[in-house]
Design a protein around this ligand. Sequence first.
Ligand SMILES: NC(=O)c1ccc[n+]([C@@H]2O[C@H](COP(=O)([O-])OP(=O)(O)OC[C@H]3O[C@@H](n4cnc5c(N)ncnc54)[C@H](OP(=O)(O)O)[C@@H]3O)[C@@H](O)[C@H]2O)c1
Length: 272
Amino acid sequence: MSQHICFIGAGNMATSLIGGLLANGHEATKITACDINLEQLQQLQTQFGIDISSDSVAAARAADVVMLAVKPQMMREVCSELSSLPANPDQLFISVAAGVPARAIDGWLGGERAIVRCMPNTPALVGLGASGLAANAKVDARQRDIAGQIMQAVGIAIWVEAESDLDAVTAVSGSGPAYFFYFIELLEAAGVELGLPRETAARLARQTALGAATMAQEQDVIRLREQVTSKKGTTEQAIISFQQDRLDQLVSNAAAAAHRRSLELARELTEE
Ligand SMILES: NC(=O)c1ccc[n+]([C@@H]2O[C@H](COP(=O)([O-])OP(=O)(O)OC[C@H]3O[C@@H](n4cnc5c(N)ncnc54)[C@H](OP(=O)(O)O)[C@@H]3O)[C@@H](O)[C@H]2O)c1
């Protein structure tokens, strides 16, 4: 990929993406980072050898891809600043801001822009992200490919059919890491209740989550569960207990609540 990529907002997500892109062979001279925090920028320049700029309009003008990586609440202001750039079908905007619809971004940028909206998640910070992507009608096949390659620098990237599906992506993978953190926390606490020292329960629960997630990459999860659930065994008793307590309903309710909040946030972020 030889595109010049300009990051507007050089925080956690941008830093992960820049690290991932460089690790995948992208040239440092083809990355520019812009941020209002000069100290942060200088640190990135030292760490990665990339170009930095405090003039986001000038930096974006020279870029093939503009990555919008500021907090959702800052998107309107940042995009309005960039609206002085002429509409250019060859220039791709990618937003990683949670909840901000592509239509709003396009409007704030002045219209007629090729925009990919992406919903990444926190494990992108360790190269194990899961991102959902949606493109507006101005994005061509080559630009989709570029966006996919950029997000794959920090994990997997999956295209959804409609932008509205990103609310479901948010409910599954966007908010999902916290569900697993919570489950690990609860399993640790259960271990302590059963008499284990906290440190022991914590190490066992975390390694078990890692092991299970690693096995689930290769095999069907239902089959994996059945394989470790022997008749009249200990795991079977735990699974029966989960089923009696309707864990399926709890998970479904939780995902539905995240989905509802995602829809609400989009409304709040685009209110005039
Ligand atoms: N981190 C994740 O795992 C994750 C997951 C999913 C989605 N996202 C999305 O990714 C985006 C960035 O998140 P993040 O965690 O990287 O946030 P972050 O660490 O706060 O980074 C945003 C950066 O943008 C800077 N900034 C603010 N206003 C700016 C402006 N007008 N021009 C240029 N830079 C500006 C901020 O500076 P100050 O700090 O000085 O304000 C900050 O350095 C968010 O929209 C979030 O929804 C992140």
